[in-house]
Design a protein around this ligand. Sequence first.
Ligand SMILES: Cc1ncc(COP(=O)(O)O)c(C=O)c1O
Length: 340
Amino acid sequence: MIDLRSDTVTRPTEELWDAMYKAPVGDDVFREDPGLNALEDEISSLFGKEAGVFVPSGTMGNQIGLKVHTQPADEVIIDEFAHIYHSEGAAGGLISGIQLRPLAGIRGVLSTNQVKNAIRSRNDWDPCTRVVALENTSNMGGGSCYAIDTIRDLYHLTRDHHLALHMDGARIWNASVATGTELKEYGAFCDTISVCFSKGLGAPVGSMLLGSNKQMRLARRYRKILGGGMRQAGMLAAAASYAVHHHFDKLPEDHRKAKKLAETIAESSFFEIQPEQVETNIVLFRVVRGTVAEALDWFASQNVAMIPFGDNTIRATFHFQITEDDLDHALRAVESYNGI
Ligand SMILES: Cc1ncc(COP(=O)(O)O)c(C=O)c1O
């Protein structure tokens, strides 16, 4: 099966297994895992942040990020497509007692003006705006990217209003290669960033929250409270490190393949897509004749797996284990779709 459901479905390569097998390990709760300590140092300096805390998942990275910045009854401004809003089980309410304020951006990307207009006054009855949380790339937005100028403007806006800027950078690697933005630039204009090793980079597990020394001391405490303190996690650090060093460079290929699929989909009268909107590895397209279920069944019968993604929409996502032959096969499946 050519698995285009997600970039989280990659399997460890032999080399990645080997790196994990040979990893030096220690007890990370005692801060004694050499590989994990090295990874936290390396990734935080890649982004120009003081410190990083390795966490099991992107969800934990985001939620600890929000917890670090907020008190109960604070409000977080977010795009209505955000993973934090849709796919983290309302964890912000459970863990931090916060309220999310979703705004309708363009394909998951907020403008400075709309954020500015959403910042509350400080009346007793107003929720207290405390954080602006961006998602870059935006998953539900179809892998769309923030321009660094917008992030910089939002950063200055948040300074003016004493707010924190958090970035869900699960796919920040894809955003960086697609826009030519240095990772350090993201670090310079966000207070905290949560990055994932287990999406397009292809590590089996792991994310990291990045921020200041003070924020990350608190983050480490919250991670332990949430049960995310791991022991010989160096084997996971080795996988993450291998992924950053060997798979980051492969992302442009994923983007090229995604664009090619989008261009072929655009030729079909059964589907609707604007290929120029495909910026990274995610392809969202609407089914305009027949149903999503029929189209997915057809693709599955052709050994191509994709997933439904709301409102007559299908998502196909590329990663480094989708080969050129796989792409060709998927293109033929799109071209030969005739309804069922
Ligand atoms: C944009 C975004 N943020 C966060 C996450 C959460 O990552 P995890 O599944 O590791 O919790 C995902 C997962 O797909 C995601 O797409």
